[in-house]
Design a protein around this ligand. Structure first.
Ligand code: NAD
Length: 365
């Protein structure tokens, strides 16, 4: 029997998913399920004021589905800010596929996911993220054109990301030391993977004194040998005197423990979510007189590279656009100083201001 009373009671309750969406004003969530392929995914479109929502697909064995929801909401919002501050005509979105990427991926699962992406008709454009490679994107592309990061297209974004980090680091040096030259500066690069390796090359070429660490010993030894960079221990990294700390491995390395040890004047690296708790550690960094280059503004080279693929632009264009990160970071740091507000907050404000002003342009005539 249709229980009117029950429906009425339910209507009085707050839907926890919609409540989470409204907290940061997410536009749309698409829950995807397909028993035949085992696909369980969530696509989050946070904001499309500037353009279609672009952000990667992550495949992860989340402890539970609410964790997946929290992650996709947080990551998609982050993409809105990253795309906005980088001056791209893109909104923010992200997708998560729930499951173990090593055991659960199949052609059918990825293609089924592609069909869901396609159902959004271009409002969301996907790319690779943790657990997803170019081969998976080829399957997604069989069902939708709303995908970037395909083989033979814009290619590995890491050189563009590293270039953006490098120029942004120079902008910080200009503000902190009065010159943007990195010659002779002691710089510690944590993680010499795709981005870290390119960054080390650029820093060595500018005659910086470069120190590197990595959990993968063969990579560490190879890069030290090829570049002449010095090796530093995984934990020792937080205790040595340095001018610049460049986290290029993991997130949350700026926390209570490391902040009591870090002896640097600038933090500028590629890793996402470097501040363990934005509000607390973003302010503590400022109070210690350290310039922190907000990660999402500094590492935007990757998404700039994706944008070049969406728009059919050249790799030279992408490198040129990444060059603008110098001015973006310089402006953030200047504003942070004049308003006495942590750099991460200034970066958020600048991203929000652009969305607000371009939103006016998009109003119908
Ligand atoms: P990667 O996986 O190629 O490299 C990461 C490196 O860090 C690896 O060599 C790994 O062994 C090392 N590592 C892991 N834990 C470590 C630890 N505790 N100490 C020292 N080294 C450690 O990744 P990547 O593509 O170079 O990206 C680096 C960071 O930048 C990631 O956080 C990524 O999310 C972020 N990022 C990358 C891009 C890009 O274009 N690749 C774009 C934006 C942001």
């Amino acid at each position: 029997m249709f229980d009117v009373k029950k429906i009425e009671d339910t209507n009085l309750m707050e839907n926890p998913v919609i409540a989470q969406m409204s907290k940061y004003n997410h536009e749309q969530l698409l829950f995807c399920n397909d028993n035949a392929t085992g696909l369980k995914a969530i696509i989050a479109v946070h904001n499309t004021v500037l353009g279609p929502a672009l952000g990667g697909t992550r495949m992860w064995a989340y402890a539970n589905e609410m964790d997946a929801l929290t992650d996709v909401l947080r990551l998609s919002r982050g993409m809105t800010y990253k795309n906005s501050i980088s001056g791209l005509n893109l909104g923010g979105g992200k997708a998560v596929i729930i499951g173990d990427a090593r055991t659960m991926k199949s052609e059918a699962l990825m293609r089924r996911f592609g069909k869901f992406v396609n159902s959004l008709a271009g409002k969301y454009i996907t790319a690779e993220d943790v657990g997803i490679g170019t081969a998976d994107m080829v399957y997604v592309n069989m069902e939708t054109n709303h995908v970037v990061g395909l083989p033979g297209k814009s290619g590995d974004p890491s050189p563009v990301t590293a270039h953006g980090v490098y120029v942004g680091m120079k902008a910080c040096a200009k503000e902190q030391f009065g010159s943007d030259s990195l010659t002779g500066k002691k710089i510690v690069v944590q993680g010499v993977g795709h981005v870290g390796e390119y960054l080390v090359k650029a820093l060595v070429a500018e005659h910086a004194e470069v120190y590197i660490s990595d959990i993968h010993e063969p990579t560490l030894q190879r890069i030290a040998h090829e570049s002449g960079a010095h090796i530093v221990g995984l934990n020792e990294i937080y205790d040595i005197d340095m001018d610049i700390y460049a986290p290029c491995a993991l997130g949350a390395t700026i926390n209570d423990d490391t902040l009591s040890r870090l002896k640097c004047s600038i933090i500028a690296g590629a890793a996402n979510n470097q501040l363990q708790q934005e509000d607390i550690h973003g302010r503590l960094v400022m109070e210690k007189g350290i310039i922190y280059a907000p990660d999402f503004a500094l590492n935007a080279g990757g998404v700039i590279n994706c944008y070049s693929e969406v728009k059919g632009l050249s790799s030279e264009w992408a490198m040129g656009k990444a060059e603008e990160i110098y001015n973006t970071i310089g402006n953030i740091v200047k504003r942070s100083k004049s308003e006495n507000i942590p750099t991460y907050q200034i970066a958020n404000k600048m991203a929000e201001e652009r969305i607000e002003s371009i939103g006016k342009v998009k109003l119908p005539l």
